[in-house]
Design a protein around this ligand. Structure first.
Ligand code: VGL
Ligand code: ZN
Length: 204
């Protein structure tokens, strides 16, 4: 069965020191570099916002990160300004091996809607092209790693199942934002209930 590895949002702003740092996010990078050798197709997603993006608290008067608003009809958690197109924060970690990454799928470019999944925006209004790319290449199984377990990894995995891919999340190659303690475990159970296989890197 043809398999692909998807590297989700391994960008400076999601690593320690970044604007939306995921605790221990840097710890997964060496592991991800190592497991890439086991796949003949490696792809990456990139959170890629314009400065006026509606998910940034700074773009809403009197709002703070963590507040929830309505954004064009969808419930939206507000975040610090992060992954602005062209910034250092939006760039992939220098420690991430990108030599084997065939294609990068950007997301979050429309200021009026957020895009956690690497496949669609949060309203499923537009595709990124990742699903068609995988299907055109005969990929049937996807392995997902990266940041953050409870947001972009989770939504990418749920959409992968919906699109009919056998979907594995490599648990030790992801880390969670954990806005609430326990969100890591909660997101893993939610994915498992939806049909995602949660595995360890030694089982790849
Ligand atoms: C993400 C929050 C906002 C992620 C992206 O990559 O998990 N989280 N934008
Ligand atoms: Zn974002």
């Amino acid at each position: 069965m043809r398999a692909a590895l998807i590297l989700v949002d391994i960008q400076n702003d999601f690593l320690p020191g970044g604007a939306l740092a995921v605790p221990e996010g840097d710890e997964i990078v060496p592991l991800i570099n190592k497991i890439q050798a086991q796949f003949d197709l490696v792809l990456a997603t990139q959170d890629h916002h314009p400065a006026n993006h509606g998910s940034f608290a700074a773009n809403h008067q009197g709002r703070q990160p963590g507040d929830i608003i309505d954004l064009d009809g969808l419930s939206q958690i507000l975040w610090p300004v992060h992954c602005v197109q062209g910034s250092h924060g939006a760039a992939f970690s220098n420690d991430l091996d990108m030599k084997r990454v065939t294609k990068v799928f950007t997301k979050g470019e429309n200021p009026n809607i957020d895009s956690y999944s690497g496949f669609f925006d949060n309203g499923k209004r537009q595709k990124t092209g990742l699903g068609d790319y995988l299907k055109e290449r005969g990929v049937e199984r996807v392995y997902i790693v990266g940041l953050a377990t409870d947001y972009c990894v989770k939504f990418t995995a749920l959409d992968a199942v919906d699109l009919g891919f056998e979907t594995c999340v490599i648990k030790d190659a992801t880390r969670a934002v954990n806005l609430q303690s326990g969100d890591f475990e909660k997101s893993l159970s939610e994915m498992e209930r939806a049909g995602v296989k949660v595995i360890e890197s030694i089982d790849v």
